[in-house]
Design a protein around this ligand. Structure first.
Ligand SMILES: Nc1ncnc2c1ncn2[C@@H]1O[C@H](COP(=O)(O)OP(=O)(O)O)[C@@H](O)[C@H]1O
Ligand SMILES: O=COP(=O)(O)O
Ligand SMILES: [Mg+2]
Length: 555
């Protein structure tokens, strides 16, 4: 089997204008970036608002190995299969971050014969949206430190500044830095640090805004720190939000590309699901629902992260409700949760698989909280044996859940026909989702609800600083916001070592941050970092380009 990039580079693409035409997008709203990428003017939504919505299909997964279990691949493959069945369908994905691209995971454009193309461009600079988010984030940081240097009329307390810097790279050396060194001309020395751009609140705001006016309003609310009397200082107080919104003028328009089988795809916004809310922009999802009868949307990482936040944050904000959920799992991930080492994952091990099935059952229970029909997609790897496949199929059916063997990586849409038929069946149940918690609960109650009903924890323990921040936020009127949990993706708990279905533990809430512009409170659990680090052998070392401009090693 060819590598992802070899398959991608051998694929013939249609001009993006033809894809847009098939979608009925008027020329005046199409903003081409070359032959195979385009943005669609967000103002097109004004023309579409009276049109009925199609059905939303959410793709999530069981707890992944570090390589990922095929959500993006399944999102692409399932949509290709729906089109093969004659359905009008398209998909929505997040834009890949350079962090994982050059780190462990590689790109996020799908894989095998279920990819969005042009994968090199999508995985690298794409249309520049992440760079725009990063620049807007760092403009605010620069204006803040300049305010201190120019006399600090707002009396900002330099010890209470919460706004950091951003860079789209896994750079552990920048997690904590000292700025303002070198004397008077360079400002005030103080501690700061960098988060990866996809964890920036500006990225979350881009993904949750409904248009440019909403974006600017949200940016003005971003809290950057406190003054000497403990009052919040916002981006609006620094007059930063206009310039920040100007930098995002193009970024707010969703990016249109296509799959290997020429199925339309929006790729827009890029928040990770472990340290942010984890799905593409609401603008892209809502536009896709106007343009097609089915919109397939991927939520990052497993159901305890991307799916929970999609239901409790995105659906609530955007008035969305999925008609079906696809729960992607793999034999290799389940064996991993049964205790099998990475190097042995391709060997048959029915006993470990049987134990690892506890993780699949846990995710089925998690998703049952939201009341939407679930179809399990067993993403078939070449090393899976008939016995292993049979065990997963039988165990799932015994629980009364629908399951399909998915071969979309190897066969494209053709490999997802059975999955597509079962998903279409599930969407006919016409169920509406219910959020996990009501917004009028105290923040600690919201956190406890997620910890017990989703993570299976007995309770939550807070650091003194986390409790102090929660008290302060509730006193300042932010208690009614939803919570965005930040924790490891490698476990349902906040401890990456706890595999399978962790029980008998307390979730550790170490830090709480307010994202006033995005409209949620971030709760940082365990040792999760908002600036990841590169691994021993970064994927970047295997990426190259020849004199003709052909890139190799991206996967
Ligand atoms: N069935 C499969 N067989 C082999 N490799 C696969 C399969 N499904 C996915 N992959 C590869 O695994 C990696 C992760 O897939 P991806 O769809 O990005 O997962 P996720 O979105 O869940 O992180 C990609 O490199 C992809 O090509
Ligand atoms: O935020 C994480 O997304 P994936 O699960 O697609 O890696
Ligand atoms: Mg993915």
């Amino acid at each position: 089997m060819l590598s992802d990039i070899e398959i991608a580079q051998r694929s013939k693409l249609k001009p993006i204008r033809d894809i847009a035409q098939d979608l009925g997008i008027p020329e005046r709203y199409l903003l081409p970036y070359g032959h195979y990428k385009a943005k669609v003017d967000v103002n097109y939504m004004k023309d579409l608002k009276e049109r009925p919505d199609g059905k939303l299909i959410l793709v999530t997964a069981t707890t992944p190995t570090p390589a990922g279990e095929g959500k993006t691949t399944t999102t692409v493959g399932l949509t290709q299969a729906l089109v093969k069945l004659g359905k009008k369908a398209m998909l929505c994905l997040r834009e890949p971050s350079l962090g994982p691209c050059f780190g462990v995971k590689g790109g996020a454009a799908g894989g095998g014969y279920s990819q969005v193309l042009p994968m090199e461009e999508i995985n690298l600079h794409f249309t520049g949206d992440i760079h725009a988010v990063e620049t807007a984030h760092n403009l605010l940081a620069a204006l803040l430190d300049n305010h201190l240097h120019q006399g600090n009329p707002l009396k900002i307390d330099p010890r209470e500044i919460t706004w950091r810097r951003a860079m789209d790279m896994n750079e552990r050396a920048l997690r904590n830095v000292v700025i303002g060194l070198g004397g008077r001309a360079n400002g005030f020395p103080r501690e700061s640090g960098f988060d990866i751009t996809v964890a920036s609140e500006v990225m979350a705001i881009l993904c949750l805004s409904k248009d440019l006016a909403d974006l600017k309003e949200r940016l003005s609310k971003v809290v950057v720190g406190y003054d000497e009397s403990g009052n919040m200082i916002r981006a609006g107080d620094l007059k930063a939000h206009g310039a920040m919104a100007a930098l995002l003028k193009e970024a707010i328009n969703p990016n249109l590309v296509q799959t290997i089988e020429h199925v339309p795809a929006f790729v827009h916004g890029g928040p990770f699901a472990n340290i942010a809310h984890g799905t593409n922009s609401i603008i892209a999802t809502k536009m896709a629902l106007k343009l097609r009868d089915y919109a397939v949307v991927e939520a990052g990482f497993a159901s305890d992260l991307g799916a929970e936040k999609f239901f409790d944050i995105v659906c609530r904000f955007a008035g969305l409700s999925p008609s079906a959920v696809v729960l992607v799992t793999t034999v290799r991930a389940l064996k991993h949760h049964g205790g099998v080492k990475k190097e042995d994952l391709s060997k048959e091990n029915l006993e470990a698989l049987s134990q690892g099935l506890e993780n699949l059952k846990a995710h089925l229970d998690i998703l049952s909280n939201f009341g939407i029909p679930v179809v399990v997609a067993l993403n078939k790897f070449a090393s899976d044996t008939d016995g292993e496949i049979e065990m997963v199929m039988e165990a799932t059916e015994e629980r009364g859940a629908s399951i399909a063997l998915s071969e979309v990586w190897e066969k494209g849409g053709e490999g997802g026909i059975d999955l597509a038929k079962k998903v279409l069946e599930a969407t006919k149940e016409e169920k509406s989702y219910k959020p996990l918690y009501e917004l009028d609960l105290p923040l600690t109650e919201k956190i406890r609800t997620i910890a017990t009903k989703v993570y299976g924890a007995d309770d939550v323990e807070y650091s003194p600083q986390a409790l102090k921040t929660i008290k302060n936020l509730e006193e300042k009127g932010f208690g009614g916001l939803p919570v965005c949990m930040a924790k490891t993706q490698l476990s349902i708990s906040d401890d990456p070592q706890k595999l399978g279905r962790p029980k008998g533990y307390k979730l550790s809430a170490r830090e709480v941050r307010l994202s006033a512009g995005a409209g949620f409170v971030v709760v940082i659990c365990g040792n999760i970092m908002t600036m990841p680090g590169l691994p021993k052998k970064p994927a970047a070392e295997f990426i190259d380009i020849d004199e003709e401009g052909n890139i190799t090693g991206l996967f």
